[in-house]
Design a protein around this ligand. Structure first.
Ligand SMILES: [Zn+2]
Ligand SMILES: [Zn+2]
Length: 265
């Protein structure tokens, strides 16, 4: 069995009731590290030291600025300093330099050893996430070009495939891979009155789902408030087969491949 836990489901503005988008797979694989990654992990009772792999989608701050905090906790709050664990960071080329600079700006002098001795840097476009049942295939998406935007196709050893689209507007790269994916995690970063090549709006999410009826479509990086908030953009009406995630929701993948979405509230 496998699990994807959604620790945050909001866009860069962190709408009322939503933290920045963040997904945790099997308690060991993080997709991105938003500024509030530590409180997001703590709320779920997950120790930052338990993360084995970090996959970065692109260089926007809502996806990366938590990296120094993640390393800080692992380096300085580990119960046994001799047992500090190694983190594998999977990024596009140049990621080591960018994330190291972020650590130097945020916590000068505190994270050099962690960056050098307890971080494995991997720029391969595909590979196995060692110690887990997952492998990945990175692919380009349509988003602010300066952020080198990518998504991840995640393949479970059972054969189940999840497409994590990062931040992206509609594009051919997602369309092609969606055809062979069981689950698609799609962002919906803007409301319908915004037509941007860099984000999906609700109408585009609806047409995407109609083109890929076989796939379970999960919506994150949402521009709207959560269901129990009363300020901010209203939650858009989407067809029942499209699941707008809220913080704390999770996807359970059973041994037989059955999928079950568990609502946190
Ligand atoms: Zn974002
Ligand atoms: Zn972005």
């Amino acid at each position: 069995m496998a699990e994807v836990l959604f620790l945050g489901t909001g866009n860069a503005f962190s709408p009322p009731g939503r933290m920045h988008a963040l997904a945790l797979i099997d308690g060991a694989v993080l997709i991105d590290s938003p500024p509030t990654v530590l409180p997001q992990l703590r709320r779920a009772g997950v120790s930052p030291s338990d993360i084995q792999h970090l996959l970065i989608t692109h260089w926007h701050a809502d996806h990366t600025f938590g990296f120094p905090f993640l390393l800080l906790d692992r380096e300085w709050l580990a119960p046994d300093r001799d047992a500090r664990k190694t983190l594998s960071v999977h990024t596009r080329p140049g990621g080591r330099e960018r994330l190291s600079k972020l650590c130097e700006v945020g916590f000068p002098g505190s994270l050099e050893d962690a960056l050098r001795e307890r971080t494995v840097w991997n720029e391969d476009e595909s590979g196995i996430l060692k110690g887990t049942g997952w492998s990945y295939d990175r692919f380009p998406v349509s988003h602010t070009p300066e952020t080198d935007p990518h998504g991840y196709k995640l393949i479970h050893e059972s054969g189940l495939t999840i497409l994590h689209c990062g931040d992206s507007g509609p594009c051919q790269e997602i369309e092609e891979r969606a055809r062979e994916s069981d689950v698609v995690i799609l962002e919906m970063g803007v409301p319908d009155f915004v037509d941007s090549p860099h984000h999906h709006n609700p109408s585009q999410v609806i047409s995407f789902s109609a083109r890929h009826p076989h796939a379970m479509v999960l919506v994150t990086h949402n521009f709207s408030r959560s269901l129990d908030s009363d300020s901010g953009f209203e939650v858009p009406e989407l067809p029942d087969e499209i699941h707008q995630l809220n913080d704390g929701d999770s996807l359970e993948i059973k041994v037989d491949g059955d999928l079950r979405l568990i609502k946190y509230r």
